[in-house]
Design a protein. Structure first.
Length: 152
């Protein structure tokens, strides 16, 4: 049952990420997310990296409170969020944005479609008119884009 909680929370986080990205990061907290789109930051860190802390704090709280209460459901909710956050870091920051040069020459269609979807998202410099706010779910049109450019 506990592993099911972790899996469900991990899956639900994709929808939460879409909503947070579209309505918060591209909304009232745009001032923190803006440098991620216009690359106005200087140095290896961006203001956008504050979101790591913002999302980590409630996750840590859930893990702590849940562990103090015989590892109840709060711990497993926190664990699901933490695992999603780890996946986000590895895929978004390392694979897509290459903050650490790793997996630079992947041929995997899913990862390349994911990269294409994210590039489409970043072609919009402003906070309006964005697309593809999710993270792990890749709409079919980006697979089609990937395969079209591959055949040309």
């Amino acid at each position: 049952m506990n592993y099911l909680i972790v899996l469900i929370v991990f899956i639900v986080m994709e929808g939460a990420t879409w909503l947070i990205h579209k309505y918060i990061m591209h909304g009232f907290l745009w001032m923190l997310h803006k440098d991620h789109h216009d690359h106005s930051n200087e140095g290896p860190l961006e203001k956008n990296d504050y979101f790591f802390v913002i999302f980590a704090l409630p996750t840590i709280a859930l893990l702590c409170v849940g562990s103090l209460n015989n590892f109840n459901y709060l711990f497993y909710i926190g664990l699901g969020i933490m695992l999603y956050g780890m996946a986000y870091f590895f895929v978004h920051d390392i694979f897509i944005h290459q903050r650490i040069k790793f997996l630079t020459h992947s041929k995997n269609p899913y990862f390349l479609a994911l990269r294409r979807a994210h590039k489409q998202h970043h072609k919009h410099i402003g906070k309006e008119d964005g697309e593809c706010f999710g993270f792990l779910f890749v709409p079919m049109k980006y697979f089609i884009m990937f395969f079209k450019t591959r055949q040309e």
